[in-house]
Design a protein around this ligand. Structure first.
Ligand SMILES: [Zn+2]
Length: 429
Protein backbone atom coordinates (compact mmCIF):
# COMPACT_ATOMS: atom_id res chain seq x y z
CA UNK A 1 0.00 0.00 0.00
CA UNK A 2 1.36 3.42 -0.94
CA UNK A 3 2.19 5.72 1.95
CA UNK A 4 0.32 8.97 1.66
CA UNK A 5 2.70 11.92 1.98
CA UNK A 6 1.67 14.61 4.43
CA UNK A 7 0.84 17.94 2.83
CA UNK A 8 -0.10 21.35 4.12
CA UNK A 9 -1.80 24.32 2.48
CA UNK A 10 0.15 27.52 1.81
CA UNK A 11 -0.40 30.80 -0.02
CA UNK A 12 1.88 31.37 -3.02
CA UNK A 13 1.14 35.08 -3.00
CA UNK A 14 -0.44 37.57 -0.64
CA UNK A 15 -3.87 36.43 0.67
CA UNK A 16 -5.48 39.48 -0.97
CA UNK A 17 -3.79 39.07 -4.35
CA UNK A 18 -6.10 39.97 -7.24
CA UNK A 19 -5.66 36.45 -8.57
CA UNK A 20 -7.52 35.09 -5.51
CA UNK A 21 -6.13 31.65 -6.17
CA UNK A 22 -6.60 28.84 -3.72
CA UNK A 23 -3.72 27.94 -1.42
CA UNK A 24 -1.35 25.36 -2.86
CA UNK A 25 -0.57 21.93 -1.40
CA UNK A 26 3.02 21.51 -0.30
CA UNK A 27 5.13 19.28 1.93
CA UNK A 28 5.42 20.84 5.42
CA UNK A 29 8.58 22.92 5.96
CA UNK A 30 10.97 21.73 8.66
CA UNK A 31 12.23 25.03 10.04
CA UNK A 32 14.66 23.50 12.54
CA UNK A 33 16.59 21.74 9.77
CA UNK A 34 17.23 24.79 7.61
CA UNK A 35 20.84 25.88 7.14
CA UNK A 36 19.87 28.96 9.16
CA UNK A 37 17.16 27.52 11.41
CA UNK A 38 13.94 29.26 12.38
CA UNK A 39 11.55 28.49 15.24
CA UNK A 40 7.91 29.58 15.46
CA UNK A 41 6.96 30.03 19.12
CA UNK A 42 4.27 27.82 20.62
CA UNK A 43 3.50 24.21 19.88
CA UNK A 44 3.52 23.45 16.15
CA UNK A 45 0.20 21.97 15.01
CA UNK A 46 0.38 18.54 13.43
CA UNK A 47 1.16 18.92 9.73
CA UNK A 48 -1.98 18.59 7.63
CA UNK A 49 -4.60 20.36 5.57
CA UNK A 50 -6.48 22.97 7.63
CA UNK A 51 -9.16 25.49 6.75
CA UNK A 52 -8.03 28.93 5.58
CA UNK A 53 -8.49 31.29 8.53
CA UNK A 54 -7.47 28.74 11.20
CA UNK A 55 -4.39 29.11 13.42
CA UNK A 56 -3.09 25.81 12.07
CA UNK A 57 -3.34 27.02 8.48
CA UNK A 58 -1.56 30.24 9.39
CA UNK A 59 1.25 28.34 11.08
CA UNK A 60 1.98 26.19 8.03
CA UNK A 61 1.66 28.91 5.41
CA UNK A 62 4.03 31.14 7.42
CA UNK A 63 6.50 28.27 7.89
CA UNK A 64 6.36 27.63 4.15
CA UNK A 65 7.13 31.27 3.23
CA UNK A 66 9.89 31.67 5.84
CA UNK A 67 11.57 28.43 4.72
CA UNK A 68 11.40 29.53 1.09
CA UNK A 69 13.25 32.77 1.85
CA UNK A 70 15.90 31.01 3.97
CA UNK A 71 16.42 28.38 1.26
CA UNK A 72 16.87 31.15 -1.28
CA UNK A 73 19.29 33.37 0.66
CA UNK A 74 21.32 30.95 2.81
CA UNK A 75 23.29 29.38 -0.10
CA UNK A 76 24.12 32.88 -1.43
CA UNK A 77 25.39 34.21 1.91
CA UNK A 78 29.00 33.80 3.10
CA UNK A 79 29.59 30.44 4.77
CA UNK A 80 29.89 31.68 8.33
CA UNK A 81 26.68 33.76 8.25
CA UNK A 82 24.78 33.47 11.55
CA UNK A 83 21.54 34.99 12.85
CA UNK A 84 22.05 37.93 15.18
CA UNK A 85 19.41 36.48 17.50
CA UNK A 86 21.21 33.23 18.43
CA UNK A 87 21.28 29.80 16.82
CA UNK A 88 17.64 29.95 15.73
CA UNK A 89 15.62 32.91 14.51
CA UNK A 90 12.55 33.18 16.79
CA UNK A 91 9.19 34.00 15.20
CA UNK A 92 5.96 35.07 16.89
CA UNK A 93 3.00 34.74 14.55
CA UNK A 94 0.55 36.57 16.78
CA UNK A 95 2.39 39.02 19.02
CA UNK A 96 -0.71 41.12 19.72
CA UNK A 97 -3.13 43.59 18.23
CA UNK A 98 -1.48 45.84 15.66
CA UNK A 99 -1.29 46.43 11.92
CA UNK A 100 2.37 45.66 11.87
CA UNK A 101 5.35 43.35 11.61
CA UNK A 102 8.89 43.88 12.76
CA UNK A 103 12.36 42.44 13.15
CA UNK A 104 14.35 43.09 16.33
CA UNK A 105 17.63 41.82 17.72
CA UNK A 106 16.13 41.80 21.21
CA UNK A 107 16.71 44.06 24.19
CA UNK A 108 15.28 47.54 24.89
CA UNK A 109 11.93 45.87 25.80
CA UNK A 110 11.50 44.05 22.50
CA UNK A 111 11.60 40.29 21.85
CA UNK A 112 14.28 39.09 19.42
CA UNK A 113 13.34 37.83 15.99
CA UNK A 114 10.32 38.38 13.78
CA UNK A 115 7.02 39.52 15.29
CA UNK A 116 3.77 39.47 13.37
CA UNK A 117 0.41 40.83 14.49
CA UNK A 118 -3.34 40.58 14.13
CA UNK A 119 -5.67 43.49 13.53
CA UNK A 120 -9.31 43.80 12.58
CA UNK A 121 -9.94 46.41 9.89
CA UNK A 122 -13.45 47.10 8.61
CA UNK A 123 -14.55 43.77 10.09
CA UNK A 124 -11.77 41.83 8.36
CA UNK A 125 -9.00 39.92 10.10
CA UNK A 126 -5.54 40.89 8.96
CA UNK A 127 -2.71 38.65 10.14
CA UNK A 128 0.56 40.11 8.89
CA UNK A 129 2.33 36.73 9.23
CA UNK A 130 -0.15 35.09 6.87
CA UNK A 131 1.16 37.14 3.94
CA UNK A 132 4.16 35.47 2.25
CA UNK A 133 5.20 38.95 1.06
CA UNK A 134 5.41 40.27 4.63
CA UNK A 135 6.95 37.07 6.05
CA UNK A 136 9.72 37.03 3.43
CA UNK A 137 10.25 40.81 3.80
CA UNK A 138 10.81 40.45 7.56
CA UNK A 139 13.01 37.42 7.00
CA UNK A 140 14.98 39.66 4.63
CA UNK A 141 15.70 42.08 7.51
CA UNK A 142 17.01 39.22 9.65
CA UNK A 143 19.07 37.84 6.76
CA UNK A 144 20.61 41.21 5.91
CA UNK A 145 21.38 41.75 9.59
CA UNK A 146 23.18 38.39 9.56
CA UNK A 147 25.13 39.27 6.40
CA UNK A 148 25.94 42.92 7.25
CA UNK A 149 25.49 43.57 10.99
CA UNK A 150 26.98 47.09 10.78
CA UNK A 151 23.89 48.33 8.93
CA UNK A 152 21.79 47.81 12.07
CA UNK A 153 22.78 50.92 13.98
CA UNK A 154 23.98 52.97 11.01
CA UNK A 155 22.29 56.36 11.30
CA UNK A 156 21.86 57.06 7.59
CA UNK A 157 18.73 57.36 5.46
CA UNK A 158 20.23 55.31 2.64
CA UNK A 159 21.46 52.52 4.92
CA UNK A 160 18.04 52.25 6.63
CA UNK A 161 16.26 52.46 3.27
CA UNK A 162 18.47 49.76 1.84
CA UNK A 163 17.36 47.47 4.69
CA UNK A 164 13.75 48.03 3.62
CA UNK A 165 14.61 47.53 -0.03
CA UNK A 166 16.37 44.25 0.76
CA UNK A 167 13.18 43.12 2.54
CA UNK A 168 11.08 43.86 -0.56
CA UNK A 169 13.69 42.27 -2.85
CA UNK A 170 13.56 39.22 -0.56
CA UNK A 171 9.78 39.06 -1.11
CA UNK A 172 10.16 39.34 -4.90
CA UNK A 173 12.99 36.80 -5.24
CA UNK A 174 11.40 34.34 -2.79
CA UNK A 175 8.12 34.57 -4.73
CA UNK A 176 9.97 33.77 -7.95
CA UNK A 177 11.07 30.45 -6.44
CA UNK A 178 7.51 29.14 -6.90
CA UNK A 179 7.00 27.67 -10.40
CA UNK A 180 3.31 28.66 -10.55
CA UNK A 181 4.15 32.25 -9.68
CA UNK A 182 6.94 32.43 -12.26
CA UNK A 183 4.51 31.21 -14.90
CA UNK A 184 1.90 33.73 -13.81
CA UNK A 185 4.37 36.61 -13.91
CA UNK A 186 5.72 35.70 -17.34
CA UNK A 187 2.17 35.38 -18.66
CA UNK A 188 0.88 38.59 -17.08
CA UNK A 189 3.85 40.74 -18.11
CA UNK A 190 4.40 39.15 -21.53
CA UNK A 191 7.86 38.14 -20.22
CA UNK A 192 8.75 41.77 -19.47
CA UNK A 193 9.10 41.40 -15.78
CA UNK A 194 9.83 45.07 -15.19
CA UNK A 195 6.05 45.45 -15.54
CA UNK A 196 3.72 45.32 -12.55
CA UNK A 197 2.73 41.77 -11.62
CA UNK A 198 1.52 39.54 -8.81
CA UNK A 199 5.15 39.30 -7.68
CA UNK A 200 5.91 43.04 -7.77
CA UNK A 201 2.74 44.05 -5.89
CA UNK A 202 3.77 43.54 -2.30
CA UNK A 203 1.48 42.96 0.68
CA UNK A 204 -1.84 43.64 -1.04
CA UNK A 205 -3.88 42.83 2.06
CA UNK A 206 -1.83 45.04 4.40
CA UNK A 207 -2.00 47.75 1.73
CA UNK A 208 -5.80 47.50 1.69
CA UNK A 209 -5.93 47.64 5.50
CA UNK A 210 -3.63 50.68 5.64
CA UNK A 211 -5.77 52.49 3.03
CA UNK A 212 -8.85 52.02 5.23
CA UNK A 213 -7.10 53.89 8.03
CA UNK A 214 -5.17 56.44 5.97
CA UNK A 215 -6.06 56.48 2.26
CA UNK A 216 -2.81 58.07 1.10
CA UNK A 217 -0.44 55.91 3.14
CA UNK A 218 -0.29 52.89 0.79
CA UNK A 219 -0.28 52.43 -2.96
CA UNK A 220 -3.59 51.91 -4.76
CA UNK A 221 -3.37 48.13 -5.17
CA UNK A 222 -0.76 47.01 -2.65
CA UNK A 223 1.44 48.28 0.19
CA UNK A 224 4.41 48.94 -2.12
CA UNK A 225 5.07 48.00 -5.72
CA UNK A 226 8.59 46.78 -6.53
CA UNK A 227 7.91 48.03 -10.05
CA UNK A 228 7.83 51.82 -9.95
CA UNK A 229 9.47 54.79 -11.61
CA UNK A 230 10.88 56.75 -8.70
CA UNK A 231 14.10 58.54 -9.61
CA UNK A 232 16.94 59.04 -7.14
CA UNK A 233 16.98 62.30 -5.20
CA UNK A 234 19.30 63.33 -2.41
CA UNK A 235 17.22 62.23 0.62
CA UNK A 236 18.29 65.45 2.35
CA UNK A 237 16.10 67.40 -0.05
CA UNK A 238 13.04 65.20 0.52
CA UNK A 239 10.38 65.67 3.21
CA UNK A 240 10.55 63.19 6.15
CA UNK A 241 7.09 61.81 5.24
CA UNK A 242 4.77 61.97 2.25
CA UNK A 243 1.78 60.20 0.71
CA UNK A 244 2.68 56.89 -0.95
CA UNK A 245 2.47 58.44 -4.41
CA UNK A 246 5.46 60.67 -3.67
CA UNK A 247 8.98 60.02 -2.51
CA UNK A 248 10.09 60.96 1.01
CA UNK A 249 13.19 60.21 3.07
CA UNK A 250 11.15 57.79 5.22
CA UNK A 251 13.02 54.50 4.67
CA UNK A 252 10.09 52.45 3.25
CA UNK A 253 9.29 55.26 0.84
CA UNK A 254 12.88 55.93 -0.20
CA UNK A 255 13.65 52.19 -0.49
CA UNK A 256 11.44 52.08 -3.61
CA UNK A 257 14.14 53.84 -5.65
CA UNK A 258 16.59 50.99 -5.10
CA UNK A 259 13.97 48.24 -5.37
CA UNK A 260 12.70 49.62 -8.69
CA UNK A 261 16.23 49.71 -10.09
CA UNK A 262 16.89 46.18 -8.86
CA UNK A 263 13.77 44.81 -10.57
CA UNK A 264 14.88 46.48 -13.80
CA UNK A 265 18.29 44.90 -13.41
CA UNK A 266 16.59 41.54 -12.80
CA UNK A 267 14.41 42.00 -15.89
CA UNK A 268 17.54 42.63 -17.95
CA UNK A 269 19.32 39.65 -16.41
CA UNK A 270 16.35 37.47 -17.33
CA UNK A 271 16.73 38.53 -20.98
CA UNK A 272 20.46 37.72 -20.86
CA UNK A 273 19.95 34.40 -19.06
CA UNK A 274 16.68 33.24 -20.61
CA UNK A 275 15.63 31.52 -17.38
CA UNK A 276 13.80 33.42 -14.68
CA UNK A 277 14.70 31.17 -11.75
CA UNK A 278 18.40 31.25 -12.66
CA UNK A 279 18.29 35.02 -13.21
CA UNK A 280 16.70 35.50 -9.77
CA UNK A 281 19.45 33.43 -8.16
CA UNK A 282 22.23 35.29 -10.01
CA UNK A 283 20.69 38.67 -9.11
CA UNK A 284 20.48 37.62 -5.46
CA UNK A 285 24.10 36.46 -5.54
CA UNK A 286 25.33 39.70 -7.10
CA UNK A 287 23.46 41.69 -4.47
CA UNK A 288 24.83 39.62 -1.57
CA UNK A 289 28.39 39.86 -2.94
CA UNK A 290 28.00 43.64 -3.23
CA UNK A 291 26.65 43.95 0.33
CA UNK A 292 29.53 41.94 1.77
CA UNK A 293 32.19 43.94 -0.09
CA UNK A 294 30.81 47.50 0.02
CA UNK A 295 31.75 49.77 2.93
CA UNK A 296 28.84 51.74 4.40
CA UNK A 297 28.97 55.30 3.08
CA UNK A 298 26.33 58.07 3.03
CA UNK A 299 25.37 57.47 -0.63
CA UNK A 300 25.00 53.78 0.02
CA UNK A 301 22.64 53.08 -2.93
CA UNK A 302 25.32 54.19 -5.40
CA UNK A 303 27.95 52.26 -3.50
CA UNK A 304 25.94 49.01 -3.64
CA UNK A 305 25.18 49.51 -7.34
CA UNK A 306 28.88 50.03 -8.07
CA UNK A 307 29.75 46.88 -6.15
CA UNK A 308 27.05 44.96 -8.07
CA UNK A 309 29.03 45.74 -11.22
CA UNK A 310 32.18 44.48 -9.54
CA UNK A 311 30.45 41.34 -8.28
CA UNK A 312 29.32 40.57 -11.83
CA UNK A 313 32.92 41.00 -13.05
CA UNK A 314 34.25 38.59 -10.47
CA UNK A 315 31.55 35.96 -10.57
CA UNK A 316 30.01 36.14 -14.04
CA UNK A 317 32.78 37.62 -16.21
CA UNK A 318 30.74 40.77 -16.97
CA UNK A 319 27.88 38.80 -18.44
CA UNK A 320 25.34 41.16 -16.87
CA UNK A 321 27.37 44.37 -17.00
CA UNK A 322 25.15 46.39 -19.33
CA UNK A 323 21.85 45.42 -17.73
CA UNK A 324 23.11 46.15 -14.20
CA UNK A 325 24.33 49.55 -15.30
CA UNK A 326 21.14 50.11 -17.27
CA UNK A 327 18.88 49.56 -14.26
CA UNK A 328 20.82 51.79 -11.91
CA UNK A 329 21.65 54.58 -14.37
CA UNK A 330 18.03 54.94 -15.41
CA UNK A 331 17.09 55.64 -11.77
CA UNK A 332 19.91 58.10 -11.22
CA UNK A 333 21.55 55.76 -8.69
CA UNK A 334 24.63 55.39 -10.91
CA UNK A 335 25.98 58.34 -12.86
CA UNK A 336 26.48 58.20 -16.60
CA UNK A 337 29.94 56.97 -17.45
CA UNK A 338 32.11 54.69 -15.38
CA UNK A 339 31.23 54.83 -11.68
CA UNK A 340 33.96 55.19 -9.08
CA UNK A 341 33.94 53.11 -5.97
CA UNK A 342 34.06 55.03 -2.73
CA UNK A 343 36.91 53.67 -0.66
CA UNK A 344 36.91 54.01 3.10
CA UNK A 345 33.63 54.83 4.76
CA UNK A 346 32.38 52.55 7.50
CA UNK A 347 30.29 53.29 10.52
CA UNK A 348 31.70 54.97 13.64
CA UNK A 349 30.41 57.04 16.54
CA UNK A 350 29.70 60.70 15.78
CA UNK A 351 28.91 63.36 18.35
CA UNK A 352 25.72 65.33 17.78
CA UNK A 353 24.84 68.47 19.72
CA UNK A 354 21.80 67.80 21.82
CA UNK A 355 20.71 71.43 21.90
CA UNK A 356 18.99 71.28 18.50
CA UNK A 357 16.61 68.74 20.01
CA UNK A 358 16.12 70.49 23.35
CA UNK A 359 18.55 68.16 25.14
CA UNK A 360 21.15 69.41 27.61
CA UNK A 361 23.85 66.90 26.65
CA UNK A 362 25.47 65.62 23.44
CA UNK A 363 24.32 62.43 21.75
CA UNK A 364 26.57 59.73 20.26
CA UNK A 365 25.30 58.25 16.99
CA UNK A 366 26.83 55.48 14.86
CA UNK A 367 26.98 56.73 11.30
CA UNK A 368 29.07 56.71 8.11
CA UNK A 369 29.39 60.51 8.24
CA UNK A 370 28.44 63.50 10.42
CA UNK A 371 25.89 65.12 8.13
CA UNK A 372 24.21 61.79 7.36
CA UNK A 373 23.84 61.21 11.11
CA UNK A 374 22.28 64.62 11.70
CA UNK A 375 19.74 64.42 8.91
CA UNK A 376 18.82 60.84 9.84
CA UNK A 377 18.25 61.90 13.45
CA UNK A 378 16.22 64.94 12.38
CA UNK A 379 13.92 62.66 10.38
CA UNK A 380 13.55 60.15 13.20
CA UNK A 381 12.67 62.78 15.76
CA UNK A 382 10.27 64.55 13.41
CA UNK A 383 8.48 61.26 12.86
CA UNK A 384 8.39 60.63 16.62
CA UNK A 385 10.43 57.43 16.33
CA UNK A 386 12.91 57.93 19.20
CA UNK A 387 12.42 56.96 22.85
CA UNK A 388 14.21 59.91 24.49
CA UNK A 389 13.40 59.17 28.14
CA UNK A 390 17.03 58.52 29.12
CA UNK A 391 18.23 61.89 27.79
CA UNK A 392 18.88 64.84 30.10
CA UNK A 393 16.56 67.70 29.24
CA UNK A 394 14.15 65.46 27.37
CA UNK A 395 11.19 67.28 28.98
CA UNK A 396 12.02 70.10 26.54
CA UNK A 397 12.08 67.86 23.48
CA UNK A 398 9.38 69.10 21.17
CA UNK A 399 8.17 65.88 19.61
CA UNK A 400 6.59 63.12 21.66
CA UNK A 401 3.88 61.38 19.61
CA UNK A 402 2.96 58.64 22.10
CA UNK A 403 0.96 56.63 19.51
CA UNK A 404 4.02 55.92 17.35
CA UNK A 405 6.21 52.89 17.88
CA UNK A 406 9.75 53.90 18.78
CA UNK A 407 12.24 52.22 16.45
CA UNK A 408 15.17 53.90 18.22
CA UNK A 409 16.10 54.59 21.81
CA UNK A 410 18.60 56.84 23.57
CA UNK A 411 20.47 54.76 26.13
CA UNK A 412 23.27 55.46 28.58
CA UNK A 413 26.50 53.56 27.82
CA UNK A 414 29.53 54.31 30.00
CA UNK A 415 27.90 57.57 31.10
CA UNK A 416 27.39 58.74 27.52
CA UNK A 417 24.08 59.10 25.73
CA UNK A 418 24.00 56.82 22.65
CA UNK A 419 21.34 56.29 19.97
CA UNK A 420 20.51 52.61 19.36
CA UNK A 421 18.14 50.86 17.00
CA UNK A 422 15.45 48.73 18.57
CA UNK A 423 13.87 47.22 15.46
CA UNK A 424 13.02 47.52 11.82
CA UNK A 425 9.33 48.38 12.01
CA UNK A 426 7.41 47.62 8.85
CA UNK A 427 3.76 48.31 9.48
CA UNK A 428 1.37 51.19 9.67
CA UNK A 429 3.07 54.16 11.31
ZN1 LIG B 1 10.80 46.38 6.72
Amino acid sequence: MAVKKTTILAWDDDPASVARVKPARRPPATLSRLKLPVVISGKAPKAGVYAVGSDEFRHWTAADALARAVRFWAPLAPKRTKWQTGAKLPVQLNAGSDLNAYYARGGFDYDPGLSFFHYVVAGQDVYSGESPDIATHELGHAMLDAIKPDLWDAASVEAASFHESFGDISAVLSGLQIPALREAVLRDTDSRIHRSSRVSRLAEQMGWAVRQLDPGAAEADCLRNAVNNFFYRDPDRLPPTSPAAQLSSEPHSFSRVFTGAFVEMLAGMFIVRGDLKAAARDAGQILVDAIVAAPIVPNYFRQIATYCIRADEKRFARKYRSVIQGGFVRRGILPLGFPKRVIGGGVRLRVIRGRSYGLTEPLMVLAPEQHAAESFLDDLIQRGRVDMRAARGNENAMVVQPFIRKTHIMVREGGKLVLRRRMFDCGFE
